[in-house]
Design a protein around this ligand. Structure first.
Ligand code: SF4
Length: 352
């Protein structure tokens, strides 16, 4: 079952190298802007969301757009949405080949509840579920950046529980999501060692790196001074990349390519390759607004205005204009995992 869906995802990604796709295969969906963190790098936690999409509306959207093979759920904190299992089920039941679901968590909600919900998602039979545990530093540093005393210990407890759950469900993958900013510059190794002391089996490959990004539309952090020094950061990332071990498989290969290009992005400040926004993928916020990507705050439509059918938005003049901007190399610079993976697999020469 999983092999067929992986093949479907792989063939669609391959096809995106040669032609414009009829439908996107990846949806990045912020299911809520609610968040209990108090991060120094992001202002989402200050939003008091109102009027977010209801479960019924999401079910309608999933029903009318059954082509997503990759669902990246984000927030806010996704587990603050009590119907998160039903949201994922809506896509699982309607999609013709959903292969992978990814989700981050700040580990601040009740852990029994989170594990219970993850177990329910795993029981649906989606071949791959990847949970990213946000972790930006060793104990004192993480708690300071995230603004919540005790958060580091909660992340460690969450990891322990998920590692246990993985013994029953090999389709479950767990990584630490490390966001690099001026607050933790030069401190990755100390963070890594603090985790390794508790869990000796953890390797550098268990850390997923991202650079803190500025976005008025998503993080709403335009006024924050969070950027690390480029030169120091590129040296730090290069050193981490060297310590990773080689892993076979499509996802580790794409991850390796992402990191190499991340160094280029840090050095130049420019996107290393053109994105596949509004071709392979899109970003949708919790109000149904559709954007080219998570970092590009240009709304091209809202699914509430199209009876939850994405295609009228996909084919409208705004979407066409965005595609032309991308073609002409005029899209805003960024390099985040949310967008980079489909750009890499849609530009296969960059993987080799
Ligand atoms: S970075 Fe994530 S956890 Fe932190 S405030 Fe923003 S949404 Fe919440």
């Amino acid at each position: 079952m999983g092999t067929g869906k992986l093949l479907g995802l792989g063939l669609t990604a391959l096809k995106s190298n040669f032609s414009q796709l009829e439908h996107p295969y990846k949806l990045t969906f912020s299911i809520t802007y609610g968040c209990q963190s108090r991060c120094l790098t992001c202002n989402i936690w200050q939003i008091k969301p109102k009027g977010e999409l209801s479960l019924q509306e999401i079910q309608e959207f999933a029903h009318k757009n059954p082509y997503f093979r990759w669902l990246e759920i984000t927030g806010g904190e996704p587990f603050l949405r009590s119907d998160i299992v039903e949201v994922i089920r809506a896509f699982k039941e309607t999609s013709k080949g959903l292969y992978i679901v990814t989700m981050p968590t700040n580990s601040l909600s009740n852990h029994e509840m989170i594990i219970g919900k993850i177990r329910q998602v795993l029981e649906m039979g989606i071949p791959r579920l990847s949970i990213t545990l946000s972790l930006d530093g060793y104990r004192e540093l993480h708690d300071k950046i995230r603004g919540i005393p005790g958060n580091f210990d909660k992340v460690m407890d969450m990891y322990k529980r998920l590692a246990e759950l993985r013994k029953q469900y090999p389709g479950l993958f767990v990584v630490f999501g490390y966001t690099m900013s001026k607050f933790n510059q030069g401190l990755f190794e100390k963070t890594y060692q603090s985790v390794k002391e508790l869990f000796p089996e953890v390797t550098y490959n268990n850390f997923h790196l991202n650079v803190a990004q500025i976005s008025d539309s998503y993080y709403q952090n335009g006024e924050l001074d969070i950027r690390p020094d480029r030169k120091e950061l590129s040296t730090e990332v290069e050193s981490i990349v060297r310590k990773r071990h080689f892993e076979l498989g499509a996802i580790p290969i794409v991850e390796g390519a992402f990191l190499k290009k991340l160094v280029d992005y840090i050095k130049t400040g420019e996107s290393p390759i053109k994105s596949r926004s509004l071709d392979a993928s899109l970003f949708m916020d919790s109000y149904g607004n559709v954007y080219p990507s998570i970092m590009w705050g240009r709304i091209v439509g809202n699914i509430r205005n199209t009876d939850f059918d994405l295609m009228p938005i996909w084919k409208n003049a705004d979407a066409e204009e965005v595609r032309k901007l991308i073609k002409d190399g005029k899209e805003p610079n960024s390099w985040t995992a949310c967008e980079a993976y489909q750009s890499l697999v849609g530009s296969i020469g960059n993987l080799l």
